[in-house]
Design a protein around this ligand. Structure first.
Ligand SMILES: C[S@@+](CC[C@H](N)C(=O)[O-])C[C@H]1O[C@@H](n2cnc3c(N)ncnc32)[C@H](O)[C@@H]1O
Length: 282
């Protein structure tokens, strides 16, 4: 690995991406791993170095949170892997990852060679991610779009080669929940406009109790406006399925517990309302 000292986010929502990398690195070390993400450990090591001695306490809090979220989040990674493969098999040749964080699917999944990846996230995230990946070679065409999803991003996406006439798989893996409802719906409107027939979008339906201690701690660590008191942070919200249907998507719902059952991990939630809304553009 090249000797780089990229600066890892120590606050703000971009920090949450490091927590997920900690989770993926931990999973990748298991003999019974659900996926293998060797670059995750590289991100973890680079971030730990960047936090330094003065950041040791924050790092310990980040790791403790990653442990708390591990069981639910790690099976989620595998579910998105499987959904991505299925969407590509169904004909999607572009993949846009909204709030991509330290996602490395362009480096690790086995897909047809003509698949193109577009990763959207905040500039401070890519300022850390790209130097760490400097000598890693993606298996597919991979383009990053450093943009705030709350602002205009579709022109940047098009300017970087995205084609609205090619079926696209849109990924939201724990990112739209950080946007307020109005912003998340605007993202959904934009991706709807950009979706050729056959495009797919997986929207999670979760009940998040922001008063639980681990969410309070996450909010404290992230700081700033994103987890501020009183903000409506539930992404597309409980009405997502109706919204998608009304906007030209054919939807179906899969229960979380049914999806995770074959993975044999203690990740059941026992709430029939929680799961994935799979939307296919008509
Ligand atoms: C919990 S992380 C998930 C990252 C990645 N999807 C994964 O599963 O590893 C949330 C990500 O959303 C990104 N994010 C949050 N708000 C954003 C915004 N307004 N614009 C762009 N990205 C945003 C953060 O920077 C972070 O990388």
């Amino acid at each position: 690995m090249t000797e780089t000292r990229p600066e890892a986010p120590t606050a703000g929502v971009a920090l949450t991406a490091i927590g997920v990398a900690v989770i993926r690195a931990r999973e990748s070390r298991r003999p019974d791993r659900l996926y293998d993400d060797p670059l995750a450990q590289r991100f973890v090591d680079a971030a730990r170095r960047s936090y330094g001695e003065e950041g040791a306490q924050r790092w310990a809090r980040l790791e403790a949170l990653a442990d708390t979220f591990f069981e639910g989040r790690t099976v989620g990674v595998r579910l998105v892997d499987d959904r991505m493969v299925a969407a590509v098999e169904a004909g999607c040749r572009q993949i846009v990852i909204l709030g991509a964080g330290l996602d490395t699917r362009a480096f690790r999944l086995t897909l047809p060679a003509d698949v193109r990846f577009f990763e959207i996230d905040l500039p401070e995230l890519f300022a850390f991610k790209e130097p760490v990946l400097a000598d890693a070679v993606p298996k597919y065409d991979r383009t990053v779009i450093a943009a705030d999803l709350r602002e205009e991003w579709s022109e940047m996406l098009r300017a970087k080669g995205f084609r609205a006439d090619v079926p696209t798989y849109w990924v939201d893996e724990g990112s739209l929940g950080y946007l307020g409802r109005a912003d998340a719906l605007r993202v959904a409107e934009t991706l709807t406009e950009l979706s050729a027939p056959g495009s797919q979008f997986g929207a999670g339906r979760f009940h998040v109790d922001r008063n639980l201690p681990h969410y309070t701690e996450l909010g404290r660590l992230v700081g700033g406006e994103h987890h501020g008191e009183g903000r409506d942070l539930s992404g597309l919200g409980p009405d997502a399925q109706n919204w998608l249907t009304a906007h030209g998507w054919r939807t179906s719902f899969r229960r979380w517990d049914d999806m995770v059952a074959p993975l044999n991990r203690p990740a059941a939630i026992r709430d029939a309302e929680v799961g994935l809304i799979l939307a296919i553009r008509e």
